[in-house]
Design a protein around this ligand. Structure first.
Ligand code: NAD
Length: 456
């Protein structure tokens, strides 16, 4: 079946209203959960074949999030899909006002390779919960993970509701030339721009989950041991190939030495040699990225690490010090296990430097000083973040997840995901028995006086 025929069939199915009853939506979510449970073993094998991601990391950072989203949607759908009552303004009394959530229609979800399951399946859960049909195009770079999603989902869902289409740039461009009711994209900024442009031709609403350079501030009053522990975990998880990982550290000069030492200790504890426990090391996705990352390492700036194994595409967690904002590593998102540390003498200067960059997807602050934390939050715009932790904010489905400016637009997770794939129709309901004459012609000065009295 061509993508055009698949979409035409999905549109016809959507217009037949079959995706709208909550019972139908919950059934789709249960189908997904059962399919994942029954095939979990193959999902682990596929992602390991792609970039040697361990079973633990795959469960903790991918499948567990998908399961929680499914459970939450099943539990809350009744509440989310209900009409929302609103108060009514004087001019419309004794009317009633409410908002009706409705599915947008046929959605296209384009996934990224770095969390191939989570980034494809969490939006899929939201789209199905909201009553849409979906064409899912996972990333071709994680080809085994894409293949297992296609194999399993295309078997358990009818193609009128969910169809996984595999492919790269050419296939995605073909999909983008078609008219969807919603496009949800996760990936890089340059491709995000292309998606936005293609969507504009059909006035299709888009959600863009992009990347950027996420800073982590470490202030002089932070608990350095705990700070280092939490930064190292969030940074070297998935070999640094995480959109919300710390891209670089901005540390108060007074605690720089201490922090560097603790970062090193923590790497030794959490990520000891990749020769002895390779299962804890995620590979760099391909040779192009492996070479790109090695080129970013300036030898004289290595504080710790710096070694690599080309055959296995592994790079040792690496800390770089004496880094400045003009260095090459500070020009683009790193997306790998390299951690530059930049020190500052006063926090204003550090904030000014971050202001010069594009708005990041995440920002972290380690400190107990409420004034300084408030200052950073007040002066800098970013997608979301954490105080005294990294990455974990995205596991709380009560917090809408997304970027701002070049790090993206729109958000999802939990109810925010349901909203992203819904339109909210505003309705005013009037009774027949009452109608003040004020708004009707013929108009007069007396009427304007009354109107002014009501409005002003
Ligand atoms: P990418 O932009 O290269 O690819 C993403 C998707 O777009 C893939 O499915 C790919 O097939 C498709 N694609 C690639 N080139 C295309 C083109 N010219 N036209 C149409 N489609 C095209 O991104 P990636 O390398 O898979 O992911 C890494 C990037 O994604 C990083 O920048 C990272 O920060 C970002 N990211 C963001 C989030 C988030 O939630 N905000 C999550 C993960 C990754």
């Amino acid at each position: 079946m061509t993508p055009q025929i698949i979409l035409a069939n999905q549109k016809e199915f959507f217009l037949s209203n079959q995706t709208k009853p909550l019972k139908f939506r919950i059934k789709q979510l249960k189908i997904l959960k059962t399919a994942l449970k029954e095939n979990e073993k193959y999902f682990y094998e596929a992602i390991y074949a792609d970039f040697s991601k361990s079973k633990f990391e795959t469960y903790a950072t991918e499948l567990s999030l998908v399961y929680s989203e499914i459970n939450l949607a099943i539990k809350k759908l009744n509440k989310w899909a209900k009409p929302i009552k609103k108060s009514t303004n004087l001019a419309n009394l004794p009317g009633k006002s409410f908002v009706l959530p409705e599915p947008l229609g046929s959605a296209l979800i384009i996934g990224a390779w770095n969390y191939p399951y989570q980034l494809s399946l969490v939006p899929l859960v939201s789209a199905l919960a909201a009553g849409n049909t979906v064409i899912l195009k996972p990333s071709e770079l994680s080809k085994n993970s894409s293949a297992i999603m296609a194999k399993v989902l295309n078997r358990v869902f009818i193609p009128e509701v969910v169809r996984v289409i595999e492919g790269g740039v050419k296939e995605t461009q073909e999909l983008l030339s078609m008219k969807f009711d919603k496009i949800f994209f996760t990936g890089s900024i340059p491709v995000g721009k292309k998606i936005y442009e293609a969507a504009a031709k059909n006035m299709t609403p888009v959600t863009l989950e992009l990347g950027g350079k996420s800073p982590t501030f470490v202030l002089d009053d932070a608990n350095i041991k705990m700070t280092a522990k939490r930064i190292v975990w969030g940074k070297f998880l998935n070999a640094g190939q995480t959109c919300v990982a710390t891209d670089f550290i901005l540390v108060d000069k007074k605690v720089e030495k201490n922090l560097l030492e603790e970062l090193k200790n923590q790497i030794n504890v959490q990520f000891p040699s990749f020769e002895t426990i390779p299962e804890n090391y995620v590979q760099i996705i391909n040779e192009r990225n492996f070479d790109r990352l090695l080129n970013l390492i300036e030898k004289d700036k290595i504080y710790f690490g710096g070694s690599a194994d080309r055959a296995k595409r592994l790079i040792k967690p690496t800390i770089l010090h004496n880094v400045s904002f003009v260095d090459e590593i500070m020009q683009d998102e790193i997306f790998g296990p390299l951690l530059p540390v930049i020190s500052f003498e006063n926090i204003e200067d550090a904030i000014e430097e971050v202001k010069k960059q594009s708005k990041p997807l995440a920002l972290y602050v380690f400190s107990k000083n409420k004034r300084n934390i408030r200052k950073i939050h007040n002066e800098l715009s970013f997608g979301g973040g954490a105080i005294n932790d990294t990455v974990m904010h995205l596991t709380n489905h009560k917090l809408p997840f997304g970027g701002v400016g070049f790090s993206g637009q729109g958000n999802y997770h939990g109810y925010a995901g349901f909203q992203t794939f819904s339109h909210f129709k505003s309705i005013l309901k009037k009774p027949f028995w009452f109608e003040p004459p004020l708004k009707y012609a013929p108009y007069s000065d007396k009427k304007i006086k009354w109107l002014k009295r009501l409005i002003e």
